[in-house]
Design a protein around this ligand. Sequence first.
Ligand code: NAI
Length: 479
Amino acid sequence: MAEIRQVAVIGSGVMGAGIAAQVANSGVPVVLLDIVPAGAQNRNVVAESAVAKLLKTEPAAFMSKAAAKLVTTGNIEDHLPLLADCDWIVEVVVERLDVKQALYAKIDAHRKPDAIVSSNTSTIPLHNLVAGLPDSFAEKFVITHFFNPPRYMRLLELVTSDRNSAETVKTIADFCDYRLGKGVVRCKDRPGFIANRLGVYWLQVGAAAAFDMKLDVEDVDAIIGKPFGIPKTGVFGLIDLVGLDLMPHINASMASTLPAEDPFQAINATPALVERMIKDGYTGRKGNGGFYRINREAGKRKEAIDLATGDYRPQKKANVEVLSAAGKSLVKLLEHDGVHGRYAWAVISATLSYAALLAGDAADEIESIDAAMRLGYNWKFGPFELIDKLGVDWFVARLEKEGARSPRSCARRRGGPSTASRTATVRRWNSTAPTRPWRVRMACCCSKTSSGLPSRCSRTARPRSGTLATACSASNSPA
Ligand code: NAI
């Protein structure tokens, strides 16, 4: 099998610099190139400044100063010939198809024939990236979607095409897994891949329902957080972390690439309050604050925004009676008749139903969807693991009671040991898109012992595609 001994990263921004550092951390030399700014005296200034900045970044991007020495900086006007020595060339430039494609033509002119080329794009489908490029280039081209920061976020989404050889796929997957320590999850060539497709949907649903129900942000984050194994940032804390201003861009990109019948389209709206906050510089932690803020004029008082009035008030301790009433039972929480129980059900049912819709669309294996959410969003359980925890029978029955059409594409074992294992999960669903998020037709809730099931339900679960080689503790972040 081909070996990756030298890497080039083109684009030294937030992601490119971090990816170069992680390659260097693995002991592999890396060339980091960026543009030459107009009138620059130092033609390598962009890439050099990126490395200098990385050396001061906390948490550290480099594992050691020695690793930093493995990075050679340069620019794309003078140093493209260096690509001839690289076995993997990673494109990490701005998210514009025209810019990326113009760069690919230059890369193709300099790369060695067996070099693998990948893009770190978060949204542009692979088939668009290679459109019009020679077959010899497309055969070596994949998407390697790192999460931010690349050293600490464990997920790497890998999108390949049927033009790639098995050897190309194995070479890049193994390098990212064993050398870079990423959990490599194979995704299909669909908008947002897996983690951001589901994660952004979940955030949108969580925020929209909280606005509708006029809830307190602290209560929302306490409900849609720890009880479900989701980081305590919950919904609003995570939006503050990502940046309120980034969300409308991510949403617009999803909306423009997903089909009209995708449930995401129905929830793609930015509340007037959020528009106002962005305009006033309340873009989250990087700005004046977001749904939460520290009010320095009031002695660094912690405050939270009131979703109904748009005014800040002192942050309070979450006061969610449903959590104590439910104890550790997620079913009791979701069945609770109070406003918080109804909120939890609205968000969790829509999110899990959307996850069911992604199986077969964003990934072939439900294990990939679970792994992507665990590794990319730091969820303790993937969506299908959550369905198993709730009990597939209970979940489907509740959906049906709410008006979802009955599962019909294959048998369901009511009363069986449906929560016994991860394999006892929704495996198939009908291809007809739901009109409401939860109107997905859940199907085939088979138990682990699948004997007697219709043949189309009894595919054996394959091993997980996400393999984890490092443990780390970064916060979750979509992009
Ligand atoms: P950025 O804006 O921080 O950096 C982009 C870099 O590309 C800049 O240094 C710019 O000078 C350089 N550049 C622009 N045109 C170039 C060209 N023709 N040749 C060489 N360099 C060029 O952007 P960021 O955030 O690092 O994003 C880069 C890519 O990674 C995008 O495709 C983005 O969608 C993706 N991504 C971003 C994530 C994030 O959290 N920021 C997470 C995952 C993926």
